[in-house]
Ligand binder design. Structure first.
Ligand code: NAP
Length: 689
């Protein structure tokens, strides 16, 4: 008899022997794997460790440094993913199933690491939106910033994604600077233990940054307070029970079960590529992880009269493609559900759906013939096997279709009359993680999105153009939001960097330009400028400071220059070439200089041309032309180092410069950010070598 360890206070901890420990068994054979309990665990000590050790140690790292830890963890997990695959098979997952959980989880780490290094600043504070001038003379500004929460991130996960489910919460919390406590679901806690062990083995985790509690967490929620978060994934009923037990000051987000829908568009009739793609997608969602996905299709909403065609097409596909059995046997495409208890629960839900009027049109709930690990075929009473089951309902308004979740390879078909009715049927689910629509008609897609978009966290449109490249109805991607309104829990995860902000607090900060510059690490107009010494283009990142600036000489604009630029570039737009037409334009006094000419001149005015640490101009952002420039006007440019972001993995970084072009009257002509890549160090003699 073995007990599953927890990883707490940066060490492995084994529970006291506990006769009441939960017994976890192999999903295919029923063989005992491990027992799970937290008897004897000091949960208050776990929370305390996260607060006293994890918080300061993570707080000492910048966003890019945290991002590099994530990347190296991803590499370590990737190197040892076969170990995770082998364990995952014990829970019923085929290798294809593991792609979404294990590779998907590792992918989340890689994506978050790279997004953080590209999209987050070099420090620990995130700016939100533009600076707001709050006084006429510019001496008082306002700005929104995000700083990390002061507590811990507790994550409580569902059994079906022990790797992805934990990593998709851990990555953004870690980036934000919050220590995480993972509480995996008991049936697959041994898989969570395995990835945490690999992560701990790397030695890369800052102390206190990650703890794992294998087993129950009685009383732990009571220890949480302002600054702490709970990210729950599981059934809607558990979410509601836990939500009421958490202090209102704790951020509680829930990702729960949802009765997701997939609509076959009125144009996607049998024989069209959309119909075929729809059937393929239904099959995938029924069989991947034996249908144990929060995002799986539970309701197939099809045009009136098409139930039989859809059921027939599915039966054919299942007959040709689906082999139910032990994932360790060759050729098995669908494993068991996670446990006998789960199998019985699925059967119970199917019985309820039948009692509510559902007619089984694909499969049945009898014990199926399965392929065993040794290659033989037959019934497997100790394994939690089920066949794919599809029910059909004559009445699409029956509540059971929209309320009951059979968390296994089960879906229901209902019919609609018109597109408005299809959207109404989706809405009956009370809020879903995802709805997909097979249609090639943009009109149908637009009407559906308008009517039912707000009932969903994600909507996927499937047609002949994207069927091959679609990431799939059931696959959340780290770049896009995962979560949904109402029944789906009302939470939001992933969605790129926005999920990092869930672990931070937005605060409106007011103060002088100098103070905002110091607080944010980003130069604000009105703060100190140093244009007295070496040209900033001669300074590598090691010497450059925000506020280092160039104040250029003036340049007079002539008509000849404008005409030459027009001829040279081919931009002979009338505002530059035709005095009468230009003067008739409401914005111009007469012929004016091209905006692009001004930007080019500005570069000529601020540049220091010799080879040096500035390696490249990588772009312009936020360019605005404010005041027209006429022949005879004089312009000058001020270029100020605004933000410096060294790259962790390169010997250069990005410098964002504030560029402002003014005329002889001091009016702003144009303003923009210039982006450059600048070497971290630079020896002048390198030029000579
Ligand atoms: P569950 O029974 O609701 O359990 C979810 C988690 O809550 C488990 O870790 C469970 O731990 C824990 N838990 C239960 N009671 C608790 C308590 N009193 N205090 C603290 N923790 C407690 O769900 P499940 O059976 O694991 O997962 C299946 C469900 O999750 C399905 O309904 C599915 O739709 C949903 N799901 C949703 C998403 C999503 O992103 N929206 C993703 C995956 C799954 P124990 O296992 O130790 O009891």
């Amino acid at each position: 008899m073995s007990f599953l360890p927890s990883y707490v206070r940066d060490a492995w901890w084994l529970p006291e022997p506990d006769p009441d420990a939960a017994v976890v068994r192999d999903a295919s054979t029923g063989e005992e794997i491990v027992r799970v309990t937290t008897r004897g665990l000091d949960l208050a000590g776990v929370v305390e460790h996260a607060r006293r050790v994890g918080q300061p140690r993570l707080g000492a790292l910048t966003f890019p440094q945290r991002a590099m830890v994530l990347k190296n963890l991803a590499i370590a997990l990737n190197d040892r993913r076969e170990e995770l695959y082998a364990l995952s098979m014990r829970a019923g997952s085929t290798r294809r199933d593991s792609l979404s959980d294990i590779d998907g989880g590792i992918g989340v780490l890689f994506t978050y690491s790279s997004k953080a290094r590209r999209e987050l600043p070099a420090g620990t504070v995130v700016l939100d939106g533009p600076v707001e001038p709050l006084s006429k003379d510019g001496s008082f500004l306002g700005r929104h910033v995000y700083t990390r929460l002061a507590g811990v991130a507790l994550q409580i996960n569902a059994f079906n994604f022990p790797v992805w489910g934990a990593l998709e919460k851990f990555a953004p919390a870690f980036l934000a600077g919050l220590p995480t406590i993972v509480k995996p679901a008991t049936p697959t806690a041994y898989i969570a233990e395995a990835w945490v062990r690999i992560a701990a083995d790397t030695g890369l985790l800052p102390p206190g940054a990650l703890q794992l509690v294998s087993g129950g967490i009685p009383g732990l929620l009571d220890l949480l307070d302002l600054g702490d978060t709970v990210g729950f994934t599981g059934s809607a009923s558990t979410a509601e029970r836990l939500r009421v037990g958490v202090r209102p000051s704790v951020r509680f987000t829930a990702e729960t079960d949802s009765i997701n829908a997939s609509i076959l568009g009125p144009d996607a009739l049998p024989g069209t590529p959309e119909f075929d793609a729809y059937i393929r997608q239904l099959l995938t969602e029924l069989t991947t992880k034996a249908g144990q996905k929060c995002t799986a299709i539970r309701r197939a909403i099809v045009p009136a009269g098409l139930t039989d065609a859809v059921a027939q097409a599915l039966r054919e596909k299942i007959g040709a493609r689906v082999v139910v059995g032990d994932p360790r046997a060759d050729g098995v495409t669908m494993g068991p559900v996670v446990s006998l208890a789960q199998r019985d629960e699925v059967r119970r839900q199917v019985d309820l759906l039948r009692a509510a009027g559902g007619r089984i049109v694909v499969g049945d709930t009898a014990v199926p013939e399965v392929r065993r690990a040794d290659g033989t075929t037959g019934p497997a009473e100790d394994g939690a096997f089920l066949s794919p089951v599809v029910l059909a309902f004559a009445d699409a308004t029956i509540p059971a279709v929209h309320e009951l979740e059979a968390f296994g390879p089960v879906a229901s078909i209902v019919e609609y009359g018109d597109v408005a009715e299809a959207a109404d049927i989706v809405a009956r689910g009370g809020g879903s993680l995802v709805t997909s629509v097979a249609t090639h008609d943009p009109g149908v897609a637009t009407e559906l999105l308008t009517r039912m978009g707000a009932m969903n966290g994600r909507v996927l449109f499937l047609d002949r153009d994207d069927a091959r490249t679609s990431t799939g109805h059931g696959a959340p991607v780290p770049h896009l939001v995962h979560g949904g309104p109402g029944r789906a829990g009302g939470g939001e995860e992933l969605g790129g960097i926005r999920s990092v902000l869930h672990y931070m607090q937005r605060t409106a900060v007011q103060g002088s330009p100098r103070m905002l510059t110091a607080l944010t690490g980003v130069w604000h107009p009105g703060a100190d400028v140093d244009a007295s010494g070496t040209h900033p283009f001669r300074k590598p990142l090691s010497d450059l400071r925000i506020g280092d600036a160039v104040m250029s000489e003036e340049r007079t604009v002539t008509l000849a220059d404008i005409e030459m630029f027009a001829r040279f570039t081919g931009d002979t737009f009338y505002a530059h070439m035709d005095e009468t037409a230009a003067a008739a334009n409401p914005f111009f006094p007469g012929r004016v200089a091209h905006g692009y000419l001004l930007v080019s001149w500005a570069a000529g005015l601020f540049v220091d041309p010799a080879p040096g640490p500035v390696l490249a101009n990588s772009g312009l952002e936020n360019l605005r032309f404010v005041t027209p420039v006429s022949p005879g006007d004089r312009i000058r440019v001020a270029l100020t180092a605004k933000q410096i972001t060294p790259r962790e993995t390169d010997d250069y970084g990005e410098v964002r410069w504030d560029a402002v072009i003014r005329n002889q009257d001091d009016a702003v002509v144009a303003q923009y950010d210039v982006l450059t890549l600048v070497a971290k160090t630079w020896q002048p003699q390198e030029v000579l070598v």
